[in-house]
Design a protein around this ligand. Structure first.
Ligand code: ADP
Ligand code: MG
Length: 321
């Protein structure tokens, strides 16, 4: 299919249509009216074949879903709401037109759920490997973006959902094992936390947020560094995906949570007085938040306590005993 054929087909897919859009797909550039009183929040993330996915572990619609999901997760981690997205796709000759459209169908499926409108993109050929880059544009009340730098001493450190499922799914897919459905889903179609982000955006409190794309250890370090604080995590409190310990053993299960990444849960900190109300709010929208630690001091660092032994946790999840 030539570029025009592709753009035509993309335009025929069911798309969200925001009233703030003046010009969508079809002109040289898109035009939209920003909402008064909001800040624009934007990010881009790219998936490349062989590095971020393979045809063996992800079908085309999953690749599309995930390319948009990783960006929506970043927007949610700012306490913002995603509104628009743009896609750059570089296609090698090994990929069929139907597969490319399946990628778009996967993106659009998530886009419809999250009410995000496709407003443009770029289509080019690739010598080797498929390349898929998605840009998302979102909005947050002016000055209310939830930054990594917002953590303060005494805060509760919390995480949504559970961890390690994506790593377990990838492991089983790569080993050709029988894959548990919930792990496969965690890897291929991670759930988004925009509903919680939306609730958090409306709260008057200070909250630090980050999404877990590279594992709990590295994301905790990002919070600690940005906020100039030391964080203590409690190993026994880390919520592990169901069946993870039984299948892989305690040590490997924790390792998957710390370093596996791609769980796309939200990691955050909130003042101790606001922890109980946050749990209630999360529960009302069907989200589970778990206290996994505390911001203990000023400084910089992440520590892990396990059976009363506290050790420095390195970014790559290694415990320095
Ligand atoms: P130009 O040559 O002016 O850059 P294009 O022919 O590349 O324009 O694109 C025409 C329209 O189609 C633009 O609105 C562009 O945003 C949209 N578009 C092009 N490629 C894609 C794509 N892969 N996904 C979504 N929209 C696209
Ligand atoms: Mg042009």
């Amino acid at each position: 299919m030539d570029e025009f054929g592709l753009i035509n087909k993309i335009q025929q897919l069911e798309n969200v249509n925001h009233s703030s859009t003046k010009v969508g797909i079809g002109d040289d550039a898109a035009v939209f009216t920003p909402t008064i009183g909001k800040d624009i929040v934007t990010c881009v993330d790219t998936l490349t074949e062989g590095v971020h996915f393979t045809r063996e572990t992800m079908k085309p619609s999953d690749i599309g879903y995930k390319a948009l999901a990783v960006n929506i997760s970043d927007i949610a981690a700012m306490g913002a709401i995603p509104v628009y997205y743009l896609v750059t796709i570089a296609v090698p000759k090994e990929w069929t037109d139907d597969e490319i459209l399946d990628i778009y169908e996967g993106m659009q499926q998530l886009a419809r759920n999250e009410n995000v409108q496709l407003i443009g993109g770029d289509s080019v050929t690739s010598q080797k490997g498929l390349y898929l880059s998605v840009t998302v544009i979102g909005e947050v009340d002016s000055g209310k973006a939830r930054l990594r730098s917002h953590a303060e001493v005494g805060d509760v450190v919390f995480v949504t959902g559970d961890l390690g499922g994506s790593a377990a799914g990838l492991h089983q897919l790569l080993e050709g094992e029988n894959v548990e459905e919930h792990w496969k889903a965690a890897h291929q179609k991670p759930a988004m936390h925009t509903a919680l982000a939306y609730e958090i955006a409306r709260l008057p409190w200070r909250i630090a947020l980050n999404d877990i794309s590279d594992g709990l250890a590295s994301e905790s370090w990002e919070l600690a560094e940005s906020s100039h604080v030391q964080i203590e995590l409690l190993e026994e409190k880390i919520p592990l995906s169901a069946g993870l310990v039984e299948r892989f053993g305690q040590q490997k299960a924790i390792e998957m949570a710390l370093t596996g990444g791609e769980d796309f849960q939200l990691l955050g900190t909130v003042a101790r007085d606001n922890w109980q109300p946050l749990q209630t709010i999360a529960k009302e929208i069907g989200e589970r938040v778990t206290k996994i630690g505390t911001v203990i001091h000023k400084g910089e660092g992440v520590f892990m306590t396990s059976q009363d032994q506290t050790t420095l946790l390195s970014r790559d999840g290694y415990k320095h005993g």
